[in-house]
Design a protein around this ligand. Sequence first.
Ligand code: UDP
Length: 453
Amino acid sequence: MIHGSHVIVLPFPVQGHLTPMFQFCKRLASKGLTSTLVLVSDKPSPPYKTENDSISVFPIPSGSQEGKDPLQDLDDYIDRVYTSIKNHLPELIQDMKLLENPPRALVYDSTLPWLLDVAHDHGLRGAAFFTQPWLVSVIYYHAHKGSFSVPSSKHGHSTLASFPAFPMLSANDLPSYLCESSSYPKILRIVTEQLSNIDRVDILVCNTFDNLEEKLLKWVKRMWSVLNIGPTVPSMYLDKRLSEDKNYGFSLFTAKSAECMEWLNSKQPNSVVYVSFGSLVILKDDQMMELAEGLKQSGCFFLWVVRETEMNKIPISYVEEIGEKGLFVSWSPQLEVLAHESVGCFLTHCGWNSTLEGLSLGVPMIGMPHWTDQPTNAKFMEDVWKVGVRVKAEADGFVRRDEIVRCVGEVMGEEKGKEMRRNAEKWKVLALEAVSEGGSSDKSIDEFVSMFY
Ligand code: UDP
């Protein structure tokens, strides 16, 4: 069915950005707005349609070798993605303008702020889509303006950073690039420049929900008009009574669904620790083994996602010794796993999607952040939303096995664990409320759609 209006959606091609932006297209489709999702891909394929023809997927070549892991050279990958978009997008927009239902807006990943001018040059409205929460965006905004001093912890004294409507933050709580004399200058520039032109952006969309960032949003909404449309978790996971197709969208990895579900079905409720570090984090060999030992010593069952490129860090002898106590998979159907009653705790790197998914599905968490915005998400997860604990790392960032055992004990245990589970249940209810008909995120989607009719 062809609907009345049409937008182009362009995510940065990594899993944590593709998933929420595709789910956004699905929400738009459910309200009658068609979209073309431009997919920068190293696997050339012809355009195709999905969601009853409401979403067209238009792959453009990334110029990377097929199957090459972007992490091998992230800077090079970023350059290729930029070049691909610059080479292909203008022509694509021109062609689409000839359609019976031409696009009216470009919804671009906020990490590509220069696309605002591309949109305007072609007579389209520019909508920036933030795949991180406001609490992180606001820190990047202040960092870009140079309006706060990065805290330091020299000679045993730590200073704290203070932002309007925030708890005080130590160096440890800030997005990693801001404090390390950054080993990734390109990424530091990209993340802070996301908000460089925010005052000119036509529409601001964010994968969060109003209740979750209530206090900070009072400050944000005085500055900008924002549409919070999250969590972009399909409703059927938030409310088991609803049915919807399980299509996640663009998984760059193949999930071992049957294996995970069969294993989880054989376990008691709340008995399993689900461990995942998302699609990009690489743990050092000794950290991987320390975590493995900690999980073993915790005595709990665990389901651990270890990507294919990481599995060589776990010796076969360890896997054999663990036996039925642990299952290793290269990729899981994460939402199905988190929604399973056997899962009692989520040990996560606190990528924003994972954090939001854990919260929305009511699963208490252990935050073991690694880089980017993960430390900040972990700080809020523990201290503001109170749905878990964050591991205490050594000064060099290393997390010892005893600390893993302590955290698993706390979250899976009776005393504090019960309270975290209660809090997590509360967020689950609020997340469902936000996306249900008439909820804050549902209204934001309506508002977005109404701009194009
Ligand atoms: N994910 C998944 N299966 C896995 C691991 C992760 O489906 O085994 C999904 C997860 O549900 C989330 C995304 O991959 O939607 C990862 O995004 P996140 O922001 O958490 O982390 P990133 O990969 O960007 O570091």
